[in-house]
Design a protein around this ligand. Structure first.
Ligand code: PMP
Length: 406
C-alpha cells in the first residue's frame, strides 16, 4: 500500500502533543520504550469495561471472551512474525523470555567444557542470564568481539564458533549503536556447526519487517512496550522440538493438565511456560499494537525511520565536538553520541529543559561502552511518529546546550 500520512499518524499518539518545561515534547527515547497510539489505549480500556475475566478456566461468557481475546493476540503476533502460534510463549518481556531459555533450555544441558558465545553489543538481559547459567553449570561465557564500526567481522565471528560453543546469544539490532546484524547469515553459520542460536529481537520487531522463520534461529525474544504495546508484555518464540524438551520454568495454575500429589501432567505447547494469571489486558493491547503497526506497514515504518536517522546523523555531525558511536552500514534510528567536554547526564538534563527527551548513561550495555572506552553516552532514538522538524528542534537544542556547558 501507499505510505501513511505521517502527520496523521503522529496525531494517533496522545502523549506527543504535551509540553515539557513549557516546550513541545520532542520524544527521542523510543529505544528505551515506545509511546502508545490511542488504538492500543482504547483496546485495553474497552477490554476492561466490556469483556474482562480470567482466561482458560471459566466457561461463562466473559471467560470465553477473555480467552478468545488473549489467544487472539497470540495468533496475531504469530502471523506478524511468521511463526506458529503454538510456538509462541507469552511472557512479560525480553528479560523473562531470555531467562526462560537460560533456565529451561541451557541450565539442564550445559556443563563444564561448554561455551556460551555472547556478543559484545548485548543488552545486560542477554548477558547476565548466561553468566548465571555458567556459574551453575561450569560452562563459560566467551565474547564475540565487534569492530570499531560496531559490526561483526564475519571471518572472526566464524572463527569464534569453535566446537565447544553450544549456544550463541546475539541481538538483532543494537540498542546502543543501532547496528542491524545479519542474523540470518549468522544463525545459518551457527546452526551448521550445531550451535543453538538465541536472538534478541527487542529493537528489531518495532522498527522493521521481521520474519522469524526466515532468520532460522532457535529462539527469538522480544518485548511489547517498545512496539506500541503496554509494559509487561512480550514473547519467546522457540522451535517446537525445544519447547517439547524444556521443563517448565515456573509452576502453578494454567500450565498444567492434571495435578495430584503423585505427580503432575503439564500442558503441551507454550501454556506449559505460562504459569499463573497472565497479563490478559496487556496482550489485548499488544494485539491492538500489532494491528496498528500492520496498518502502517512495517516496510513503510522502516523507510520512514531510515529518513529520520539520516537527518539526525547529518544534524549531529554538523555540530562541533560531537562524536557518534558506531557507523554500521545498516542501522536502526538510534544514535549514541558524546559531546566533547560535557557529561552525558548534564546534556540530557539540559536537553530536557528544552523539551527534548534523550537517554543518558550506559543503556544496560556496560561491556559495549567499555569497548569504546566511554563511561556514558547520550542516546537519541527515533520512531516513525517523530518528525523532521523535531530532529531540527533537537539539533538546535543541542547547540544551545553545548554552548551552556562549554
Ligand atoms: N534487549 C534489548 C536489545 C533491549 O533494548 C532491551 C530493552 N532496553 C531489552 C533487551 C530488555 O527488554 P525488557 O526490559 O522489556 O525485558
Amino acid at each position: 500500500g501507499a505510505a501513511p500520512d505521517w502527520d496523521r499518524v503522529r496525531a494517533d499518539f496522545p502523549i506527543l502533543s504535551r509540553q515539557v518545561h513549557g516546550k513541545p515534547l520532542v520524544y527521542l527515547d523510543s529505544a528505551n520504550s515506545g509511546q502508545k497510539p490511542a488504538a492500543v489505549i482504547d483496546a485495553m480500556d474497552a477490554f476492561y469495561r466490556q469483556h474482562y475475566a480470567n482466561v482458560s478456566r471459566a466457561v461463562h461468557t466473559l471467560g470465553t471472551e477473555a480467552t478468545e481475546a488473549y489467544e487472539g493476540a497470540r495468533a496475531t503476533l504469530a502471523r506478524f512474525l511468521n511463526v506458529r502460534a503454538d510456538e509462541l510463549v507469552l511472557c512479560s518481556g525480553t528479560t523473562f523470555a531470555l531467562n526462560l531459555v537460560a533456565y529451561s533450555w541451557a541450565l539442564p544441558r550445559l556443563q563444564a567444557g561448554d561455551t556460551i558465545l555472547v556478543s559484545r553489543m548485548e543488552h545486560h538481559a542477554n548477558i547476565v542470564p548466561w553468566q548465571l547459567v555458567a556459574q551453575r553449570t561450569g560452562a563459560r561465557v566467551r565474547v564475540a568481539e565487534i569492530t570499531p564500526e560496531g559490526t561483526f567481522d564475519p571471518d572472526a565471528l566464524r572463527r569464534s564458533m569453535t566446537p565447544d560453543v553450544k549456544l550463541l546469544a546475539i541481538t538483532h539490532v543494537s540498542n546502543v549503536l543501532g547496528t542491524v546484524n545479519p542474523v540470518r547469515a549468522i544463525c545459518r553459520e551457527a546452526r551448521s556447526r550445531g550451535i543453538v542460536t538465541v536472538v534478541d529481537g527487542s529493537q528489531a520487531v518495532p522498527h522493521r519487517p521481521v520474519d522469524i522463520a526466515a532468520i532460522g534461529c532457535d529462539f527469538y525474544a522480544f518485548t511489547g512496550h517498545k512496539m506500541c504495546g503496554p509494559t509487561g508484555t512480550g514473547a519467546l518464540w522457540a522451535r517446537r522440538e525445544h519447547l517439547a524438551e524444556m521443563p517448565p520454568f515456573l509452576g502453578g495454575g494454567e500450565m498444567i493438565r492434571e495435578v495430584s500429589f503423585e505427580g503432575t501432567v503439564f500442558n503441551d505447547g507454550p501454556q506449559k511456560f505460562e504459569a499463573g494469571t497472565p497479563n490478559i489486558a496487556g496482550f489485548v493491547g499488544l494485539g491492538a499494537a500489532v494491528d496498528y503497526l500492520q496498518g502502517l506497514g512495517m516496510a513503510h515504518v522502516e523507510a520512514r525511520e531510515a529518513g529520520l536517522l539520516a537527518h539526525m546523523t547529518q544534524a549531529l555531525e554538523a555540530i562541533d565536538g560531537v562524536r557518534i558511536l558506531g557507523s554500521a552500514p545498516e542501522k536502526a534510528a538510534v544514535v549514541s553520541f558524546l559531546v566533547e567536554g560535557a557529561h552525558a547526564h548534564d546534556l540530557a538534563t539540559l536537553l530536557d529543559l528544552e523539551g527534548v527527551a534523550v537517554r543518558s548513561g550506559q543503556h544496560c550495555a556496560h561491556p559495549l561502552l567499555q569497548f569504546y572506552g566511554v563511561a556514558a553516552t547520550c542516546r537519541a532514538s527515533a520512531a516513525f511518529y517523530n518528525t523532521h522538524d523535531e530532529i531540527d528542534a533537537f539539533a538546535a537544542a543541542l547547540r544551545k546546550v553545548r554552548r551552556l556547558l562549554a
